[in-house]
Design a protein around this ligand. Sequence first.
Ligand code: SF4
Length: 245
Amino acid sequence: MIAPVRGLLESSLIEWEGRISAVFFLPTCNFRCPNCHAPHLLAPVAEDDHIPLEPVRKLLKSREGWIDGVVISGGEPTVHGEALIALCREIKGWGLEVRLSTNGSRPETLGRLLAEDLIASVAMDVKHRLRAYEYSLAAGVAADMEAVQSGIEMLKSSCIEVEFRTTVVPGLHDPEDIESIAKTLGPKADYVLQAFRPGNCLSAEMNKRAATLPETLQAMAERANAHVARCRVRGVAGCACREFK
Ligand code: SF4
């Protein structure tokens, strides 16, 4: 069995920095982050709503030399377990590298993908500092903290490209939280702080909150930089990605 693809972005310049990638969106997720911008992807979908892979393969083949990778996003791809592994094998068979975008809460599947050399890059969302109460507020469920910690440690010790990222939500994260996350990620980490933007969030209450202020995000990034290799901000008006350090 192969993981279902619910949505397709034929090309993107921003999902995998430095590459032109296609993006596959997989359905369902084990989290319910109140600021989730993909609520339509959280529920399982009927089989006849899946995108068939063969036409996608042909489309990407026709763009050979231009599209140089596939980002598998969601939803949360790792909830598909073996079926995700099969999908990554399939894409690798097409001659394309894979970036996995994940919430890092299924380390068994992540470990299999790394061990089988099926992914070239991972972007992991670290929702909050690693304390159960705060994490549950950001994830919308009682997340398995041991699993999240294990996912982080696995990526810290892997040899592939890894980007950790946190969407900074006003009222949910303060500078101490971000500094705590940066300390957990450690001195080799590439860390991105993303601005929260209201609109189309899973929680109606989130849509009433203000967007993250650029100066707030920048001050947090400067503080985080004492603990990671580099920290950048994304989603600030006027810049796609600004680096500190
Ligand atoms: S991890 Fe959170 S933000 Fe990501 S798809 Fe799941 S609910 Fe949405």
